[in-house]
Design a protein around this ligand. Structure first.
Ligand code: 5AD
Ligand code: SF4
Length: 484
């Protein structure tokens, strides 16, 4: 064992019957289980997890499995008396043929998995651990890029993140989050409202509700957004990140009905190929995603869409990749994140055949990014000539400049006094680049006394009476539409 591999916290005992295929599968199982904290043992007595990898070929195979299970049950009971929990799994062909029957005949069995066992094993083990309230001793190397929510921060400005949900029950086969962060958990509404009020009291005007599956918020994200929208001062609400299968009708309707809910949605799709989506365990097809987007756009036609894409998932062919490009063309995104598939040991995809060579991943990523860049530029360019409500967040890079965000989350730079920070002001967009917009305060003549700086009483966050003139009435349905 190398130094970087910690001593396994748990032990797995695997008994393998039959063909070479089963021997291979058993090896893959130990591979995917290692990062979940399991080391191999060849005695069932000290095993926290016992796997019988069965074979159907020989006669009486089933009876042998049942007699072994009887023995394992006794060990499980002895261990239980010593306060140790044990998971018994049946894999392989017998499991495939008689899944339900096995669980019925031998209730000590916790899970049954078919011959493609090792692909599902991490998910099933993690679920079994959750069911028994145990923590999985997962050993996943941290990779902030994929796994982390944006860092929680005390508001230093006028925008803030607010965690409302953590964890994930989806088990996409490439992802470590369900293992590292555990199951979906939603914070109580009142705790969130209290925090949101306190943020508003500190001058925050915009909150982004955070969660690995934020739209799976228990009790409905739409309801939560509605309650937060009632808090005086909080004029902008966003949320990230969402799973397509939790995008319910109420939340879609909220985009049409709640003016504080900004017209921006990050809705990862990962791939445009149904074959790959299935291997990813995404629970949606390209078609169902596109239909969903149509529904969302019917509710909020100007919504800016963002997404996550993975290129080079195991088994991704040229055709699959073309399907991803086609989906991107059909949906058209305002921005998006794109990733090369990265093998995370312990996740089901890491043990899948057909791993894509690195240079091919690079090539596909470059092609995808080219299309994304074009779409992002086009989306930004389409804003020129429009007047957008911009929440001024900070001084700009040059003296006399300030910067903020449009309803569509675009960075906007303009000339203006720093005292405008914390205000939502109309800005006429004059120029667009890939990452940002430039504009002018509109209408410029509205500034009182020639400069909004003349009133400092509102403090750095600018809740001043004078500036109220500049601040459009709390955003109504106009938000994001042409004001001029
Ligand atoms: N390889 C590549 N991309 C990944 N993501 C998560 N895990 C992986 C991985 N193993 C991406 C997905 C997800 C985003 C947060 O990170 O696109 O939506
Ligand atoms: Fe990971 Fe998101 Fe899939 Fe959950 S829904 S497994 S967090 S990619």
């Amino acid at each position: 064992m190398t130094k970087s591999e910690p001593t396994p916290a748990k032990k797995v005992f695997i008994k393998t019957w039959g063909c070479q295929m089963n021997v291979y599968d058993s090896e893959r199982m130990t591979d995917v289980l290692r990062p979940l904290g399991y080391g191999v043992t060849d005695t069932p007595d000290d095993a926290d997890l016992m796997v019988l990898n069965t074979c159907h070929i020989r006669e009486k195979a089933e009876e042998k499995v049942y007699s072994d299970l009887g023995r394992l049950r006794e060990i499980k009971e002895t261990r239980a008396e010593a306060g140790l929990s044990t998971t018994i799994a049946v894999a392989g062909c017998v499991a495939q043929a008689q899944g339900a029957e096995i669980m019925r005949r031998q209730p000590a069995v916790d899970l049954v998995v078919g011959p493609q066992a090792y692909h599902q094993l991490p998910e099933l083990i993690a679920r079994a651990h959750r069911a028994s309230g145990e923590r999985l001793a997962a050993d996943f190397r941290p990779n902030e890029k994929f796994d982390a929510l944006p860092a929680q921060r005390t508001p230093s400005g006028v925008t803030a993140y607010l965690t409302v949900q953590e964890g994930c029950d989806k088990f996409c086969t490439f992802c470590v989050v369900p293992y590292t962060r555990g199951g979906e958990y939603s914070r109580p509404v009142q705790a969130i409202l209290d925090e949101a009020k306190s943020l508003a009291d500190q001058g925050v005007r915009e909150v982004t509700l955070l969660g690995q599956n934020v739209n799976a918020y228990a009790g409905g994200l739409a309801n939560l957004v509605r309650r937060i929208a009632e808090i005086p001062g909080l004029d902008r609400i966003r949320y990230t990140t969402s799973h397509p299968s939790d995008m319910d009708d109420e939340l879609i309707a909220a985009h049409a009905e709640i003016p504080e809910l900004m017209p921006f949605l990050h809705l990862p799709v990962q791939s445009g190929s149904d074959r790959i989506l299935k291997a990813m365990n995404r629970r949606h097809t390209a078609e169902s995603y596109v239909r969903l987007i149509e529904k969302i756009r019917a509710a909020r036609p100007d919504i800016a869409l963002s997404g996550d894409f993975i290129v080079g998932f195991p088994g991704e062919s040229d055709r699959d990749f073309q399907a991803t490009l086609a989906l991107m063309r059909e949906v058209t995104y305002a921005s998006a994140f794109s990733f090369k598939y990265s093998r995370r040991p312990g996740t089901p995809a890491s043990a899948m055949p057909g791993q894509v060579p690195e240079p091919l991943k690079e090539e596909r990523l470059a092609e995808l990014n080219q299309l994304l860049d074009d779409q992002q530029r086009a989306f930004n360019t389409a804003q020129t000539g429009r007047t957008l409500d911009v929440l001024i967040e900070r001084p700009g890079r040059h003296p006399g400049q300030i910067a903020g965000r449009s309803p569509y989350l675009q960075a906007v730079h303009l000339d203006g006094p720093e005292s405008l920070i914390g205000n939502i002001v109309p800005v006429r967009i004059e120029a667009a680049a890939k990452m940002s917009l430039a504009g002018i305060l509109f209408p410029p003549a509205r500034r009182e006394g020639g400069s909004a700086r003349s009133d400092e009483t509102g403090g750095p966050l600018g809740h001043s009476p004078t500036l109220a003139a500049l601040r459009p009435v709390p955003p109504d349905k106009r938000e994001g539409e042409i004001l001029a």
